[in-house]
Design a protein around this ligand. Structure first.
Ligand code: PHE
Length: 339
C-alpha cells in the first residue's frame, strides 16, 4: 500500500515537470505494459483475497488518478504551445515600423469640396451627383444652349467617338438631372469634375472641379440668391469680407451675374493676387431661365429659382495662396503633404 502511495507521489511530480515529449515516457513508465502500476496489478495473485481486494482497488484508483493527471497536463501543454505560437506571430501594429509609413489624407481639392459642401449643407442644401460623361442634351440643349449658339465655343470639350456623348463642361447638367427626378421645392448642390478643351497654364486646366447650386420653388427671387451666396461667403471666408455681384451672361440663367469676393490677402486694398482691384472673381450665378424650367416640365409661371456654379480650384488656390492650378494634378507629395 505504501508503495502505491509512493508511486502516485512520484508520478505526480514527474507529470508536473514533463514537457510535451517526455509526458508520453511518463505515461509508459506508470501505465504502460511493464509500467509500475501494471506490474503491481499483475502480481496480485501472490496476496490473500482480502489483500487482493484492497491492493487491487487502490492500484486501480491510482491508475485513474495518474491517467487524469496526464490528460490535464497534456491539455495544459497544448494550450501553452498555442499561446507561445500566438505570442511569436503577434504583430504589433502600434510599433514604429508601421507608423513609419506616412498616413494619407484627402486631396486639397476634395478637402475644399467638403468644406464648401459643409457650409451649404448648413444652409439647407442636399447633395447630388451626376455622371462625368454626358449627352449633348444634358450638357447643352436642356440648358438653353442650342447647337448653333456661340456659347458652345467657350465650352468646347472632348467627344466620345461614335456616340453623342461628351465629357461634361460644367456641373450644370446636374441641375437638369435633379429636376427631372423630383418636383419643386429643390435645394441641392452638385459637386464634381468637369472638362474643357483648353490648353493648360497656371490658371487653366482641361480638367477641374465645380460645385453647382440650385434652388427652385414658389417665389424664389434674386434676393434669395444674394442672401445665400453672401451667407456662404461670410461663413467660408469670414464676416469682414464683402461679396459683390456684377451683371454677366449665361444661357441658362436670366438675369445672370458673376460674384466677386473681396480679396482676402489684402482685405480689398489691392495687391498682386487680385491684380490691384481688391476683388476676386469666384462664381457664376443667376435666376434659372424659363426655358430650362420648361425643359424639365416645371411651369415657369408657377416656379422660379436660382443657380450658381463655383470653381473649386479657384477657391482652394485663393484660400491657400497657391499660384499654379497644375500643382493640384501632378501628384507631387511635397505639394500635397502641406494639406
Ligand atoms: N455653368 C457655368 C460655368 O461653368 C457656371 C454657372 C452655373 C453659371 C450656374 C450660372 C449658374 O461657367
Amino acid at each position: 500500500m505504501n508503495n502505491i502511495e509512493q508511486i502516485i507521489k512520484e508520478a505526480f511530480e514527474k507529470i508536473e515537470n514533463a514537457d510535451s515529449v517526455s509526458i508520453e515516457a511518463v505515461r509508459l513508465e506508470y501505465l504502460g505494459k511493464s509500467g509500475a502500476l501494471t506490474s503491481i496489478l499483475k502480481s496480485l495473485s501472490q496476496y490473500s483475497i482480502e489483500e487482493k481486494k484492497q491492493i487491487g482497488a487502490r492500484a486501480n484508483r491510482a491508475k485513474v488518478l495518474i491517467e487524469e493527471a496526464i490528460e490535464i497536463k497534456k491539455e495544459k501543454l497544448k494550450k501553452c504551445a498555442l499561446d507561445e505560437r500566438l505570442a511569436k506571430e503577434k504583430q504589433d501594429f502600434s510599433s514604429s515600423f508601421y507608423f513609419n509609413f506616412s498616413k494619407g489624407s484627402l486631396h486639397p481639392v476634395l478637402q475644399t469640396i467638403e468644406s464648401i459642401g459643409a457650409v451649404f449643407k448648413s444652409l439647407g442644401f442636399d447633395v447630388a451627383e451626376g455622371p462625368e460623361i454626358e449627352t449633348d442634351r444634358y450638357n447643352f440643349e436642356a440648358l438653353n444652349i442650342a447647337s448653333d449658339h456661340p456659347a458652345r465655343d467657350t465650352q468646347d470639350t472632348f467627344y466620345l467617338e461614335g456616340t453623342n456623348n461628351l465629357l461634361r463642361t460644367h456641373t450644370s447638367p446636374g441641375q437638369i438631372r435633379v429636376m427631372e427626378k423630383q418636383n419643386p421645392p429643390v435645394k441641392v448642390i452638385v459637386p464634381g469634375r468637369v472638362y474643357r478643351n483648353e490648353a493648360s497654364d497656371a490658371s487653366h486646366s482641361s480638367t477641374f472641379h465645380q460645385i453647382e447650386g440650385l434652388c427652385v420653388g414658389g417665389n424664389i427671387t434674386f434676393a434669395d440668391l444674394k442672401s445665400v451666396l453672401t451667407s456662404f461667403a461670410h461663413k467660408f471666408f469670414g464676416r469682414d469680407l464683402n461679396i459683390r455681384f456684377r451683371p454677366s451672361h449665361f444661357q441658362f440663367t436670366e438675369p445672370s451675374a458673376e460674384a466677386d469676393m473681396q480679396c482676402f490677402f489684402c482685405k480689398g486694398k489691392g495687391c498682386r493676387v487680385c491684380k490691384n482691384s481688391g476683388w476676386i472673381e469666384t462664381l457664376g450665378c443667376g435666376m434659372v431661365h424659363p426655358n430650362v424650367l420648361k425643359a424639365v416640365n416645371y411651369d415657369p409661371e408657377k416656379y422660379s429659382g436660382y443657380a450658381f456654379g463655383i470653381g473649386v480650384e479657384r477657391i482652394a488656390m485663393l484660400k491657400r495662396g497657391i499660384d499654379d492650378i497644375r500643382l493640384f494634378y501632378e501628384n507631387d507629395l511635397r505639394f500635397l503633404k502641406q494639406f
